[in-house]
Design a protein around this ligand. Structure first.
Ligand SMILES: [Zn+2]
Ligand SMILES: [Zn+2]
Length: 77
């Protein structure tokens, strides 16, 4: 595996989202980084939320939209 390079593709071979013209990812706005909240259990067992910054998973770190809601779903509806 190659690590540490700026990702142009999400790793899916022949990914149509990467190959396409590409809109910016709506989750990271094309920045490739997002800040989701994660559940975190503290010492008392209370679940809280902590905000983390990580590579955007919704676009595989490419900054391109990978799951448009308006895309036709294959085989459903
Ligand atoms: Zn892709
Ligand atoms: Zn993204």
């Amino acid at each position: 595996m190659r690590v540490g390079r700026t990702r142009q593709r999400c790793g899916v071979d022949g990914c149509e989202w990467c190959a396409g013209a590409g809109r910016p990812c709506r989750f990271c706005a094309g920045t490739r980084r997002w800040r989701p909240e994660r559940p975190l259990r503290d010492a008392d067992g209370v679940i809280g939320w902590v905000r983390v910054e990580e590579e955007c998973r919704m676009c595989g770190g490419t900054g391109r939209e990978h799951n448009p809601l308006d895309a036709p779903a294959a085989g459903s509806r």
